[in-house]
Design a binder for this molecule. Sequence first.
Ligand SMILES: [Zn+2]
Length: 267
Amino acid sequence: MLRALAIFLIWSVVHTASAAADLVSPGERLNLFEEAYAGAIAALDETHVTLKSGKKILIDDGLRKSHQNRLTNADLEDMLSQIYPTITCMSIDEKPVRNFDPGRIRNDTFMKAVFGQSAKEVRKELVTIDWFGQKLQVTRRLGVANALKRVEADLRRIKELDTSFVRNMGGTFNWRRIAGTKRMSVHSFAAAVDLNTKKADYWRWSGGKPGNVPKYKNRVPANIVAAFEKHGFIWGGRWYHYDTMHFEYRPAIMAIARLAEQRGCAK
Ligand SMILES: [Zn+2]
């Protein structure tokens, strides 16, 4: 009897875990990825994505990787491996579980191919938008600048908006690596913005180490997160390695997140 119960418990744990992973299949994820980057992708076959520039990028290197390995050496399949929870799926106060960093896993080759190979190339695509009276420089590639303008317009319509978060924005375009890594920050591509740093919480400031972040803290309200998500931006507050000031334009990650939301949310 006990043995049967133990087997049932193991079965239900395994079953639940695979159900969450299967909520959006690998094929569906790739289709949404292709749709989201239609402006940059020429073709997608079983093994490779071919960009309009002619560059081919391997979808799956077949390697089993630790989380840190996936961050440093991500293929496209790794990039889409964790489903981002929308604000409907996960309350603003919920703490991300260990090494859950949806959207933080990125393939730099792909990101550079989409936004520019160098600071000079990215700079050519910059446009200036008005953001609560502040000028922000963002890329026009993939419609990022227009998406950010729509976020601002939506935020302005929120009566109870706490504007201290959206005034004195922390930064947009900055060709640089992520602190402590060799990976490019999405700020390099002018496709990310930081809220007011005085209202921000960041895993490194809390004394966390890669793969070991004991404290989670956030002050950003749900209505700000919802406005960004609506227009294709993911929030760094959803990451185990959290960065609550940070939003970046990731239309494929958001499209997969919305499909998961429609199907009852991944838990
Ligand atoms: Zn940032």
